[in-house]
Each structure stands twice: as C-alpha cells, then as structure tokens.
Design a protein around this ligand. Structure first.
Ligand code: AMP
Ligand code: GLY
Length: 425
C-alpha cells in the first residue's frame, strides 16, 4: 500500500513512523513533512491547504490511504474532495469538521443534546460583549468562534483582561474572520485530559488510550496558551469509571447528535475535557483530528498496527477491532524555540538526535528542516517532541528528560515539569 500523510508537525512525524512500521505499507509520503519525516517517508512539497494539489498527487501516485493531521484541510473539505474522486481518506467531511471549525456550532449542539459543557453566551459586537463582562465573576474565558491555531482562547482574570481580549479578537481582528463572533464562557476548574476516539462510517467508536496535554508555556501551567508543550499517556485522571462516563455522557451522544444533524462524523474525534474534583467530565472543545503533541506518546504506546484499523474504519467495521497498548507510560517533552508562542528565531542548530534515539527515546521532529549545507535546523516554534517510555511515570519522565539533555541546540527551551500531574496522582 501507499499511504499519504498530510501535515508537517510532530503529530505527523509520529504518524509517519507508525505507518512506516506496518507490514502492509510499501511507501509513505508526507506533504509537506519535515526533516524528521524524510527519514521514513518521501516528503512532497505541497502545502496542507492546497487541496487540488494534494488530490492531483494522490491520483497520480495511486495513494491507497490518506490520513490528515491538521484541522485546516479538514474544515476546507479535503475528505469530501478525495472521496468524490474515489480515494480512500480517513477523516471527517467538511460538514462534520465544523465541530472544530465553529465553537458556536459546537456549543449549540452540546446545549441542544444536553451534553455537559461550560455555560456560555455568544456576541457579534464588542459593545454588548463588554457590557456583559462587567457583571461577570472572574475568571471568564473568551474565545474567538473560528479557527485560530489554538491561540484564540483567553482566560481573563479581571475586567481589564476581558476588555483587551474582546478588543484583540473583535476589533483588531487578530485572528481575522475567526473573530467575527466570540463566546464568553464560564471558567471550569479541574484537571484537563484529552480523550481521542476513532469513529467509522457506521458510527462505531473505538477509543484510543487517554492522554494529557500541557497547554501553557511555563512550568506549573503558567503563561500563555500554546499548541502544547508536552504530553503523556495514559492520563491517570481518566479512571475506568470516568472513561465510562466520558463515553456515555459525551462521546456516544455527540456521535449520535452529528448523525441526527445530518453531519455524520468519521475520523479521529478528540474531546478536550475538564474533569472536576467529583469526577464529572465536561467538554472544553472538540478537535476533529489527532492531538499534537498527544499523538507522540500515543503512537509510542500503540502496539497494534494502525493501518488495518484505519482500513476497517473506512469499511464501517471498527466494532471488529481492538487496539493493544504498551502498558508502560509514555512522556513527551516538547522543545520549542526561545520566544514561542510569541516571535522566535528560526534556523537554530540541532544535534545529537541519533545518540538519544539509540538510547531508546524517540525524537519526533516538528518545526525542523535541513539547511543548504544539509544541517538540521529549526523552522518553527515547536521543534522537537522528545518521547520516552517507562514502567512508571517517574521512569518515563526521567528517560524523556535524560534524552532532552542529550540534544545540543542554540536556543530551544522546554518545560521542566511535564508529567508531574501524573506523578502526583
Ligand atoms: P480550547 O481551545 O477551547 O480547548 O481552549 C484552550 C485551553 O483553554 C483549554 O485547553 C483550557 O486549558 C483552557 N480553557 C478553555 N475553555 C475553558 C473553560 N471554560 N474553563 C477553563 N479553562 C478553559
Ligand atoms: N494538543 C492540543 C491540540 O492538538 O489541539
């Protein structure tokens, strides 16, 4: 089989390596990929949003299966276009990808079908939004309605923060049209977890192992939100009982609701959850794809071949599948360019990855490239996802940081506390 993976981040690097291991697969392509994916796949210089270009390539190469990493091409309808052309692709249609593309759609759906989430109000103009926040208890959460690369969410501790968030989103239009409408949401307390499932054409659900992201840039969950500074799997906060509740109260009802709305969902459905002290799960957001960096520890733990599972999903036969997981814990520490998620330098040198991998860790590339001299340099904000396994979280964390310390660079940083939440449990 020939498999095409669309994307160029750490998530796609982890998918490429996993798919490369499948005995069913002869050749892997990654569009556009990064310096790390080129070791396992042929990188193809097509941007993720160039759907006609990707279609042309997939037809020309007779690609047997396409997997899409990021949300943009999914919300633009890549799955519809590929399917119309008889190509096998795993992911949601444009109509179903709205679950990530519009927070307003999702909040209204959750409300209509009584699926637990934070209370909210929506606003189309800054004046009425500002009037509303004056009377609120803080913190409040202010979100741009549309896609904003994970940066359109503001946790506002006071009125001044709230006004400036409203101004940035709706007036300065920091996220463009994504800021036409905002949602002002109740602040939820508890512990976050990522719960990702596969959903097939017949609405069958196959869960992946639980995982947990670290969204804030700084130690102890301080500073700005980022795409994710590290992750681990499994997430101890998701006990068997909570998992049962997440499936029954959130995942199955959402899959059913999407069918009832005439937007049946297929693909990876990622529920970002807040679990309160009493173990009640609520939806923070849905993503219509795998998480980044959650995919890195998940792929390191997944023992089953992913390819037959995806093929079964395309036939609507996920009910016949199960996934075997390495019982060990996996911890992924993201190394990012100094300054991220603000402005940062590119072309920072990176060395030592081979030695670190020989010692057992996996270093998934994200924003990396080879310069004209063939040297490995950074090309983005999040640069590497250094991932390791251990019998316990303490061991996995130690192994991951040991690996991080073996990587030489001229200007990357990382959080020192990835997986501390799991260790404390
Ligand atoms: P989202 O993109 O909606 O998941 O928001 C990004 C991050 O903001 C989440 O992972 C949470 O850390 C935080 N967040 C979003 N909504 C809420 C909320 N209602 N209460 C508390 N934290 C939130
Ligand atoms: N790690 C969060 C996300 O992929 O959206």
């Amino acid at each position: 089989m020939k498999v095409l993976i669309v994307g160029n981040g750490g998530r796609e690097a982890a998918l490429v390596r996993k798919i490369f291991e499948s005995p069913l697969v002869k050749k892997v392509f990654c569009a556009p990929g990064n310096a790390g994916t080129s070791a396992y796949a042929t990188n193809v210089k097509i941007p993720v949003n160039d759907i006609p270009g990707l279609l042309e390539f997939a037809k020309q190469e007779c690609i047997d299966l396409t997997i899409v990493g990021p949300e943009d091409p999914l919300t633009m309808g890549i799955v519809d276009v590929f399917k119309e052309n008889g190509l096998a692709i795993f992911g949601p249609s444009k109509g179903a990808a709205i679950l990530e593309g519009s927070k307003l759609f999702t909040k209204a759906l959750l409300e209509k079908y009584d699926i637990p989430t934070a209370g909210y109000k929506r606003f189309y103009d800054p004046t009425s939004a500002e009037k509303y926040v004056v009377d609120q208890d803080f913190p409040v959460v202010i979100k741009a309605n549309g896609l904003a690369a994970g940066k359109g969410v503001f946790i506002c501790e006071n009125l001044a923060d709230a006004i400036s968030a409203i101004q940035e989103i709706m007036v300065a239009r920091k996220f463009g049209d994504a800021g036409e409408c905002i949602i002002i949401e109740e602040f939820l307390r508890g512990e976050e977890a990522s719960y990702i499932v596969l959903v097939d054409e017949n609405g069958h659900v196959l869960p992946l192992a639980s995982s947990q992201d670290h969204k804030r840039v700084g130690n102890d969950d301080t500073g700005l939100n980022t795409g994710g500074m590290g992750a681990y799997s499994p997430a101890p906060v998701v006990t068997a009982e909570i998992e049962r509740r997440v499936l029954n109260e959130i995942i199955y009802p959402t899959v059913d609701a999407m069918i009832k709305e005439g937007r049946p969902f297929t693909g990876f459905l990622y529920a970002g959850l807040m679990i309160d002290r009493d173990g009640n799960p609520k939806v923070l957001e849905f993503n219509v794809r795998m998480g980044d960096p959650e995919t890195q520890p998940l792929m390191m733990r997944m023992k089953s071949d992913l390819v037959p599972i995806l093929l079964a999903a395309l036939k609507g036969e996920l009910d016949k599948c199960q996934i075997d997981w390495d019982p060990r814990k996996a911890v992924c520490v993201v190394m990012a360019a100094n300054g991220y998620p603000g402005s940062y330098r590119k072309s920072l040198y990176i060395e030592g990855i081979d030695e670190v991998e020989q010692a057992g860790a996996k270093v998934y590339h994200a924003g990396t490239a080879l310069n004209e001299q063939g040297e490995l340099v950074s090309s983005g904000g999040r640069v590497l996802g250094v991932t390791a396994l251990g019998e316990t979280f303490v061991e996995a964390q130690h192994a991951a940081y040991q690996a991080v310390s073996g990587i030489r660079h001229d200007g990357l940083f990382y959080r020192d506390d990835i997986a501390n939440h799991a260790i404390k449990k």
